[in-house]
Design a protein around this ligand. Structure first.
Ligand code: NAD
Ligand code: UD1
Length: 326
């Protein structure tokens, strides 16, 4: 039976993709070093997925897992702008060398298409919004450069090594299982937990920076579409929903949903931060059949419910018993 590989499958977006693949009856192998991911993210599906606790920097370990796979979804990365500035070596090694290893293993092992989780951070600050795939990239941080190099490599593997690849530039993804526990966590995961714990979040800068926040299930839809769409090898697509919300308005909306009044604190702007982000979705609609199912507010409500349920069960000590290979 065809194998599907998800690198980073114990992470936030990867675990949502794993669930969907399993629901479609697919055989799924995860490669994850559990650095920011967690087996708890695969809790109730643990018996049905094979987890290889391997590091994508280790070619010899990952190559046999990837060889002959039907599809490879490459999501493993150190996914943080500030981390790539404060501690640049691991993010460089995982995001560039690790991505090269995954592509090389797929090409040499004659795997099927690789779908790569690229990043809208590649655009940097553009004069015009929304951001279109044909714009010249202007990365502002090591992380943005690293994710862009991964894209370039994906295209080059398609052009030179007979490997099908597609890159999806995710915009800011949010949803259940996004880990809120680190200072490098995605801003909405921090907003949700602040809200439910009745704490004021800290907004870096004036809060007027904006993002095309995209619900994780819409991103999973696009990953699956990109894995099967005809005649797209080597291409790069935006994976956002085309909206744009400032942090200030998002925090206001969350307070209104929850019926609380918790003014945010403000801190210094973060180095490497992009000011505004918004996807042009035309190419993804035209060639991948992108059809977002969740409005921003629907996504916020669903995610808030999930964090609420997690708070309610906190301390019950349940852990995943995954089918772990190490
Ligand atoms: P995440 O941290 O939850 O997931 C990343 C996963 O990769 C984790 O499970 C981690 O343990 C694993 N990993 C990291 N380094 C590894 C290594 N060397 N070897 C094996 N596994 C390793 O983050 P996420 O938000 O789910 O991000 C998934 C992907 O999407 C990343 O490639 C990220 O760059 C990309 N992306 C995310 C967003 C977003 O808004 N969350 C936006 C754009 C792109
Ligand atoms: C995010 C992703 C990155 C992805 C990119 C694509 C995370 C952790 N990062 O980067 O992987 O490639 O989108 O566009 O998912 N902020 C606060 N307070 C906080 C935390 C953050 O004000 O406590 C601000 C940041 O300064 C930034 C904005 O919120 O202006 C978004 O930050 P963050 O969620 O870290 O995401 P990006 O840097 O946009």
């Amino acid at each position: 039976m065809n194998r599907y590989i998800v690198t980073g499958g114990a992470g936030f977006i990867g675990s949502a993709l794993v669930r969907r693949l399993l629901a479609q009856g697919r055989r799924v192998h995860v490669i994850d070093n559990l650095s920011t991911g967690n087996l708890d993210n695969l809790e109730e599906v643990a018996e049905r997925v094979t987890v290889h606790e391997f590091d994508i920097r280790d070619y010899d370990r990952i190559a046999p897992v990837i060889a002959g796979a039907y599809r490879v979804f490459h999501l493993a990365a150190v996914p943080s702008v500030p981390k790539s500035i404060l501690d640049p070596v691991p993010s460089h090694e995982c995001n560039i060398d690790g991505t090269f290893n995954v592509l090389r293993a797929a090409a040499e092992g004659k795997a099927g298409r690789v779908v790569y989780a690229a990043s809208s951070s590649a655009y940097g600050d553009t004069a015009v919004l929304p951001k279109v795939e044909t714009m010249t990239p202007r990365p502002k941080s090591p992380y943005a450069v690293q994710k862009l190099v991964g894209e370039y490599y994906a295209t080059i593997f398609s052009d030179c090594f007979d490997l099908e690849t597609v890159s999806l530039r995710f915009f800011n993804v949010f949803g259940p299982r996004q880990d809120p526990s680190s200072p490098y966590s995605g801003v909405l995961s921090i907003f949700f937990t602040s809200l439910l714990e009745r704490r004021s979040p800290t907004i870096f800068g004036d809060g007027e920076q904006s993002r095309d926040f995209t619900y994780v299930e819409d991103v999973v839809d696009l990953l699956l579409k990109a894995s099967e769409a005809p005649s797209v090898s080597g291409e790069v697509f935006n994976a956002g929903n085309g909206g744009r919300y400032t942090l200030n308005e998002t925090w206001r909306l969350l307070q209104a949903i929850e019926g609380v009044d918790l003014p945010a604190r403000y801190g210094a702007p973060r180095p490497g931060d992009v000011r505004d982000s918004q996807a042009d979705t035309k190419e993804a609609v035209r060639k991948l059949g992108h059809a977002p199912r969740f409005s921003f507010e629907q996504g916020l409500r669903l995610t808030l419910d999930w964090y609420r349920s997690q708070l309610a069960r906190k301390g019950d000590g349940i852990r995943a018993g995954a089918n772990l290979v190490s």
